[in-house]
Design a protein around this ligand. Structure first.
Ligand SMILES: [Zn+2]
Length: 412
């Protein structure tokens, strides 16, 4: 930020709750004298540890894990295998297995290959793991082959530490404008695996905007631009410590804010899982990027929605036809009730997986999204604060959260 010419570059340290850290785990399955290792197993975060040395349990198959799938199956104390993938309905299989007494749960993501997927907390007593398709199919084949004998044994270890006294931080830098009115651009800094799409892409796009506006004379920048690297949302129960800190200080930061652009997953290669008539069993890549789920201030800010739609169209950004009524599932969720916010993000096949590498983040999409964001900033700067500011929206009444489905449900 300093190298780009931003001023007031500031680190705001924040305390973290003890951080869930899996230090060691292994999953092996044995039947008929044969043992396989399920390498892709990835524990859902906040999963409970297993006893030291692990457990050994009988494998049981429950298909999609619906109530119908569980009928007639005894899963108590067992290693339960359930199958799903991005695009299927969330059947609540993991919660169902847990409430039926499973000892450990394997949720197979049936997307082609053997991806590791980092799931959101499953909220279950039994630890749950996501498995890749190759491992899940091998496990299923072993269960099927043992139909006339004893069930395969699954040996699982999972050691967890909760590391105390860690800190994270916000980082921000400012480009003063010709007024004290503000526009914010945010991008979260945390991520899983290489995190190329979620959210290195967003950080790159934010820095691209900073670089661009730093070259424009201050007198020609109507509003002060503030760029914030957010700590993110994977830092434990409650998460979002940076967004909460900003909200606690909202009178100081956001009294005269015309716009917040949250730059999160703005470009990912367009993929199809097993296209019809396609040879093989693969995720096929296209020569373009995924359409973005977008939000632009909601129904009560039709001007902002129109500006965003036009800008995305002008720069060829691939978009869902309809805007989301609220931000899709991003850090803007902490701000949109009291700030005019823009968000345009993607959450498809590679999201939260170890296949989310730089190759899966096309520069064409980054360029298009970033140029559209700049256009939105310029258009918003032509209009007064009153066009965008609205009274704070009430938070919806708390509701019972839907059962988690690590492979099909979670976002961010
Ligand atoms: Zn993200």
């Amino acid at each position: 930020m300093k190298a780009l010419g931003l001023s007031d570059v500031h680190l705001q340290p924040l305390d973290l709750v003890p951080q869930w850290t899996p230090t060691n785990w292994e999953v092996q399955m044995t039947a008929g004298g044969k043992t396989i290792t399920l390498d892709s197993a990835q524990p859902a975060y906040d999963a409970n540890a297993l006893p030291p040395g692990g457990v050994e349990r009988d494998a049981v198959y429950v298909g999609l894990g619906t109530e119908a799938d569980f009928m007639g199956r005894d899963v108590k104390g067992k290693a339960v295998f359930t199958y799903s993938m991005q695009g299927l309905r969330n059947e609540g299989a993991i919660r169902r297995a847990d409430s039926n007494g499973a000892a450990v749960i394997f949720d197979v993501s049936m997307l082609p290959g053997n991806m590791r997927y980092q799931a959101y907390p499953s909220g279950t007593k039994a630890p749950s793991f996501v498995l890749g398709d190759n491992d899940g199919i091998a496990a299923r084949a072993m269960i099927a082959a043992a139909k006339n004998g004893p069930a395969p044994k699954v040996k699982v270890t999972l050691d967890i530490q909760h590391i105390p006294n860690l800190k994270t931080s916000l980082v921000w830098g400012t480009l003063p404008g010709s007024t004290d009115e503000t526009i914010y651009v945010t991008a979260h800094k945390d991520g899983w695996f290489e995190a190329a799409g979620d959210n290195a892409g967003g950080v790159a796009s934010m820095l691209g905007l900073a670089e661009y506006y730093a070259k424009i004379p201050q007198a020609q920048r109507r509003r002060t631009l503030v760029f914030i690297g957010l700590d993110g949302h994977h830092n434990g129960q409650g998460g979002n410590v940076g967004a909460r800190w900003l909200t606690e200080n909202k009178a100081k930061f956001f009294a005269k804010t015309a716009l917040m652009i949250n730059d999160e997953h703005p470009s990912t290669i367009a993929t199809q899982s097993r296209p019809r008539y396609y040879p093989g069993n693969e995720i096929a890549w296209a020569n373009t990027y995924m359409p973005l789920e977008w939000y632009a201030g909601g129904k009560q800010r039709p001007e902002l929605q129109a500006i965003a739609w036009k800008a995305f169209k002008e720069f060829g950004v691939s978009l869902e036809l309809d805007p989301s009524p609220t931000p899709p599932a991003s850090d803007l969720g902490s701000f949109f009730r009291y700030l005019p916010g823009i968000d345009a993000s993607e959450y498809h096949n590679y999201f939260h997986t170890d296949w989310e590498t730089p190759e899966a983040v096309p520069w064409t999409g980054l360029e298009a999204s970033t140029r559209a964001f700049a256009k939105i900033i310029d258009e918003v700067n032509k209009l007064p604060l009153s066009t965008f500011q609205r009274p704070e929206e009430p938070a919806p009444a708390p509701r019972t959260p839907p059962p988690p489905s690590p492979t099909a449900g979670g976002k961010q």
